[in-house]
Design a protein around this ligand. Structure first.
Ligand code: TXA
Ligand code: MG
Length: 457
């Protein structure tokens, strides 16, 4: 495994604001007005949004410097998947180990089929055709979840349409069709398949706003497209239907229960490791750093007792508490704290970023974004505990992610980044129940990867 070195050139990173509603007109060529068939975009000649989109698409086509763009899951760091130099630019900017393959992003099934079967590029093969190059096992999940947060594993065609570093020498590749209109428009306009990992520095929490991407990748890339916060907030689910039974390789925006409802996916098995972490903290060098803030993360199932807090703190420690479904604001063991909600505007100015948002839940699994995202800062408060001899001068910051799993997923990475900016040394996170049809399993998977300890109180 080789790790890319820090690039010597520093770029003047620009943030391109794009509101998809102003980029132009989406034109559908097939009978059905959906993104699975053939479509294109007629750019507006007057808006800066259209100009920015064209600029980013041109950069993807011709430059070797990757472009960060929003998707509904997390922000991606995109490059033309067919050009080696461009794909290497991703590994370089992200400092990503080169043995970790990338997901290819496409904007229609027509595009995917033309990659799998180049000679049929001009014809759109119906999904039910025996000649469909997309294996039939995937038809049910594609029609239910695409465009959307699901990545499928396909055999790599020969000759491969992708640069070797996309697949890291595997005989397969991962592909997904995002539901973010902005991502779809960008891929369509670029006219090439886009390889994109999450747009964070390797090992850091994934990014869900342009500000977070800037935090990690400023100076390393030229353009970050700002299309607002990601609605799902957690990466796509990855499934491999090429094996029998099919396997889920990473939990994400589509739950295992929903996948199991699809024809051919009833026996889906879990193929990722999601065990309980060690009971004692692992040696610092041994920690598997992934989705990790700088602070130590302690995942707590049950109540956050004073005993747990005291045990894991030093004097003068600054602490973050991430509340989810049951922990109450103002409660901390016996020390009942006065609720001191901060003005979101002040918090925003203080921290330089504020990125908790809420959107209407999507009504079907694969609906594209139609609702405008509203900003809705979560409640925060800070308290300095100085009157307890066992814990003098502990600064406690709490963030309530909201009680619905959807809200928790959306705000999780963002909250970890915010607590890192504040500079807390320990973050206590309230675990959630992971059964059900929502993204709870994915939330707990990311938390376990970030945590050093999982405690049951
Ligand atoms: O939601 C997402 O999937 C986001 C957005 C940007 O689309 N992307 C993302 O990419 O999370 P990344 O690179 O952070 O994670 C890609 C995962 C890696 O764990 C990689 O090992 C796996 O996909 N992967 C890629 N190709 C694979 C293959 N052929 N077989 C198995 N796993 C694969
Ligand atoms: Mg990632």
């Amino acid at each position: 495994m080789t790790k890319s070195t820090v690039p010597d050139v520093r770029y003047n990173t620009k943030i391109l604001q794009i509101n998809t509603q102003n980029v132009g007109r989406f034109v559908f060529h097939d009978s059905e007005e959906n993104f699975l068939g053939k479509w294109n975009i007629e750019l507006s000649e007057t808006t800066s949004d259209a100009q920015h989109l064209a600029q980013a698409a041109a950069q993807l086509r011709s430059s070797d410097i990757p472009v960060a763009f929003p998707t509904e899951t997390v922000y991606g760091l995109g490059a033309d998947a067919s050009r080696s130099a461009a794909v290497l630019g991703i590994y370089k900017a992200k400092q990503r180990p080169s043995d970790n393959p990338l997901i290819v992003h496409i904007c229609s099934l027509t595009q995917l089929r033309s990659l799998l079967l180049p000679q049929s590029a001009s014809t759109s093969i119906p999904a039910d055709s025996l000649n469909d190059p997309i294996p039939s096992i995937y038809h049910s999940v594609i029609s239910r979840f695409w465009p959307g947060p699901l990545t499928i594993i396909l055999p790599l065609p020969s000759p491969s349409p992708f640069a070797p570093s996309v697949t890291a020498s595997l005989p397969t590749f991962g592909v997904r069709m995002p539901s973010s209109l902005l991502a779809l428009a960008l891929i369509n306009l670029a006219g090439v398949p886009i390889a994109a990992p999450s747009a964070n520095t390797s090992t850091k929490p994934s990014t869900t706003t342009a500000a977070h991407v800037f935090e990690d990748l400023s100076g390393r890339i030229e353009y970050i497209i700002d299309g607002g916060p990601s609605k799902v907030g957690i990466e796509s689910t990855i499934v491999d239907g090429l094996t029998q039974p099919p396997v889920i390789l990473r939990p994400g925006g589509v739950s295992i229960e929903k996948l199991k409802e699809c024809a051919g996916w009833e026996n889906l098995v879990v193929g990722y490791i999601d065990g309980i972490q060690d009971i004692v903290p692992r040696a610092p060098g041994m920690k598997y750093r992934h989705y990790s803030p700088k602070a130590r993360v302690i995942l707590v199932r049950g109540e956050l007792t004073e005993q747990i807090v005291q045990k894991n703190l030093k004097q003068g420690t600054s602490v973050g508490i991430l509340r989810t479904k049951h922990w109450k604001n103002g409660e901390f063991g016996e020390n009942s704290m006065v609720r001191e909600p901060r003005d979101p505007q002040i918090m925003s100015e203080m921290l330089g970023l504020m990125s908790f948002y809420s959107a209407e839940p999507t009504k079907t699994d694969n609906i594209c974004e139609t609702v405008q995202v509203q900003t809705q800062p979560v409640d925060h408060f800070q308290k300095r505990l100085g009157n307890d001899v066992r814990a003098p001068f502990i600064d406690i910051w709490t963030i309530g992610l909201g009680q619905s799993t959807t809200e928790i997923a959306r705000g999780l990475f963002s909250a970890m980044r915010e607590l890192d900016l504040i500079g807390v040394e320990v973050i206590f996170v309230e675990a959630i129940n992971e059964n059900g049809k929502d993204v709870a399993a994915a939330v707990m998977n990311r938390l376990r990867k970030a945590a050093e300890l999982e405690l049951v109180s």
